[in-house]
Design a protein around this ligand. Structure first.
Ligand code: IVH
Length: 667
């Protein structure tokens, strides 16, 4: 390759990288994406492919490095150049005034002091070390002196810059956290896939950072906000405000400037404390107080430390958001998988600005453990700011002759006897045609990630099922104006919208359809695997145990759950009726009967045709494309100038063929 060609490759690579970085910034920091997720994915894939095709490029600061490399064996302990201190704290606004007095006394100053107050983020603190303009290390706080190296996970956080314009040492400190909304979504997905559910966003963030395999972190919505520094050189900072401005200019996320308070009036800080407490529940992430810092570095230096805390800062925490109320009733809800969940219905009470009436009691064990009874006065709180829960019962206020609560043995909706598997904590209604199960199943079927029937909401489904207009998925596709007009408040326009969104949902994918069926343990990812394997819903419905067991990610529990579902004759009949409604399955690009079916391929080097065309050809004939060479690969298709893939294939004894041989294989 000539020098000029090399230069061209390099500049094209830099251009691609900076384009991806630009869209990362627009999406993650500015919240103003300019291209769709789909376009972004395409761009990202293009960059990945460019790196695969040109192995000599320096990818150390490439956005592709965030996707997560290899798992590490264990965490390395590394000392912080400068200890990570803790803050003195209190739960009382009055202590803010005392802090001000302490500061002024120490400085022997009658004058006012400028304060910079900001949110106390409730995540986990992190130190990012930049050397020569590159992120080289990320350390947890640890004991403040020695932290753990979690670089592999932190590199997956898209809002953290991998490179910065400052070439000397810079250690940036801040908080890793997960937004409340993302947390709820993530836990929902985890529940569906029968994975651990975290108690709150903080635990979820900490649990993610403590994983050895960075792919887990890459798949979770971690965020970072900068608020402090460790060691640095070649740059000056005058104040806390200056830190955050400069860091923001370098591309680090900082909390919205509307949520900070810079003032020399300590009364204003107390007002700020109260106003943030009010706003707390509406913020996108959890906070547990405010941090008040003396703004100017010069004064911070004069103030110094006491023990392990700076004298120039303090945390004023918020009281946990708790309240007392009375349990008026305990009802049992029936979920999509038949799970019977007891829910306490309480006298409405405000907790942290939100009126709470319900709290889940999870299951009988939980009720027994807390001994919650109807009529009890209880302390409730919003765990991790999101889900309300009963903390404890105030036993002294318990009414006489109250009885321990026992979940009834029958389903409250259809009266079928509930069953409880040995390893299960909840009991379930086993009747798939139970009205509650049907309502919840249809809600899931139409949900965004499943069939995405936009105009069919929860209330509509409830009325339609209760009025017995629909009782199964296929009935949705038999709805018409006449049937919908039987419901109240259904104008011509809204009926038209409902019907057209149902019609639109027929264009879907096998994966979404399988996910929509709501089979226990089949979350979105598993549904995708199943769709990849079976290609059509018909094939999936006929799956037998031996075939399911050949899919590596499908274990015995999941397989049993699928077979139980697909083995139910009534459900089989329903699916065959449903499939007659005219679904169009997109991207059924792989042809099960194709010559390549059951074989896997990977392409490397320059072929006589474009890479996309080669991929399309393979998929059209039923072949599966893999992303890396492993012993599972059936064929490596090798063109001119193959790279390391060919070497790896050779060492693993994977068959290698040319493009012409591939064409022959198909004839
Ligand atoms: S400044 C010398 N600012 O609070 C103190 N800390 O006790 C340097 N925290 O675990 C920290 N939000 O993770 C600072 N805006 C903020 C913060 C914050 C949360 C946490 C931090 C640390 C603890 C300090």
């Amino acid at each position: 390759m000539s020098k000029g060609e090399k230069q061209n490759i390099k500049s094209e690579y830099e251009r691609l990288k900076s384009e991806v970085k630009k869209h990362d910034l627009l999406y993650h920091q500015k919240d103003k994406p300019e291209i769709s997720d789909y376009e972004y994915d395409k761009l990202f894939q293009k960059l990945l492919k460019y790196e695969e095709d040109n192995l000599n490029l320096n990818t150390s600061d490439s956005p592709t490095r965030r996707v997560g490399g290899d798992a590490i064996a264990q965490f390395q302990k590394i000392a912080h150049r400068k200890p990570m201190l803790s803050l003195s704290n209190s739960y009382d606004a009055n202590d803010i005034l005392e802090f001000d007095l302490r500061v002024k006394k120490f400085l022997r100053s009658e004058n006012t002091v400028e304060y910079f107050a900001e949110l106390k983020l409730d995540g986990l603190s992190m130190e990012l070390v930049y050397e020569n303009g590159k992120l080289v290390r990320a350390l947890t706080r640890g004991d403040g002196v020695v932290g753990e190296d979690v670089t592999h996970n932190v590199k997956t956080i898209k809002s953290i810059p991998l490179s910065i314009p400052h070439k000397e040492l810079l250690e940036v400190r801040g908080e890793v956290l997960i937004n409340k909304k993302d947390f709820a979504e993530m836990n929902h997905q985890n529940a569906e896939n029968n994975l651990v559910e975290f108690a709150n966003p903080r635990n979820a963030a900490a649990g993610t950072i403590r994983q050895l395999d960075p792919k887990i972190a890459a798949s979770r919505p971690l965020k970072f906000f900068a608020y402090a520094l460790g060691e640095y050189s070649g740059i000056e900072f005058k104040s806390q405000e200056d830190i955050e401005n400069k860091l923001s200019d370098f591309g680090f996320p900082v909390v919205d400037r509307k949520l900070i308070c810079k003032t020399d009036s300590i009364e204003k800080i107390v007002e700020y404390y109260n106003s943030i407490d009010e706003k707390r529940s509406k913020l996108p992430f959890d906070i547990d107080g405010i941090v008040v810092k003396v703004n100017l570095f010069k004064l911070q230096d004069d103030l110094g430390l006491v023990a392990r805390s700076p004298r120039w800062a303090t945390a004023a925490k918020f009281k946990p958001e708790q309240a007392e109320t009375v349990v008026e009733n305990i009802i049992v809800q029936v979920g999509r998988t038949g799970a019977l969940t007891p829910v306490a219905i309480m006298k409405p009470v405000k907790v942290g600005g939100v009126v709470i009436t319900n709290a889940t009691l999870h299951n009988q064990d939980e009720i027994d453990r807390k001994d919650v009874r109807i009529g009890d006065t209880v302390v409730i709180q919003r765990a991790g700011d999101v889900i309300p829960e009963i903390v404890r019962v105030i036993e002294s206020a318990r009414p006489k002759n109250s009885k321990m609560y026992l979940i009834s043995e029958n389903c409250p909706t259809c009266d079928t006897k509930a069953v409880k598997d040995i390893e299960d904590v909840v009991s379930r209604c086993p009747n798939p045609f139970c009205q509650s199960v049907v309502i919840e199943s249809i809600k899931h079927f139409v949900s965004r990630r499943a069939l995405n029937v936009e105009k069919v909401g929860d209330k509509l489904i409830e009325s339609l099922v209760e009025k017995q207009i629909i009782e199964k998925f296929s009935d949705l596709y038999k709805l018409n104006t006449e049937k919908l007009s039987q419901l109240e408040r259904q104008g011509e326009k809204s009926i038209e919208n409902t019907l057209s969104s149902i019609e639109k949902s027929k264009k879907t994918t096998t994966a979404k359809f399988i996910y929509g069926l709501g089979i226990r343990f089949i979350g979105e990812q598993t549904a995708k695997l199943l769709a990849d394997h079976f290609l059509t819903v018909e094939n999936f419905m006929q799956a037998q145990a031996p075939e399911l067991e050949t899919i590596p990610e499908i274990g015995p529990k999941v397989s049993a759950s699928i077979l139980k579902w697909t083995g139910d004759e009534r459900l089989q009949k329903e699916i065959s009726n449903l499939l007659k409604c005219g679904f169009i399955f997109e991207a059924a690009s792989r042809n099960l009967n194709g010559k390549f079916s059951g074989l896997s391929f990977l392409v490397t080097g320059t072929l006589p045709v474009k890479r996309d065309e080669a991929h399309e050809f393979i998929e059209k004939n039923g072949g599966k494309l893999l992303s890396s060479v492993s012993s599972k690969l059936s064929y490596l298709v090798v063109g001119d100038d193959p790279g390391s893939k060919a070497e790896k294939a050779q060492s693993l004894d994977v068959k290698m063929i040319s493009w012409d041989e591939l064409l022959k294989l198909n004839s």
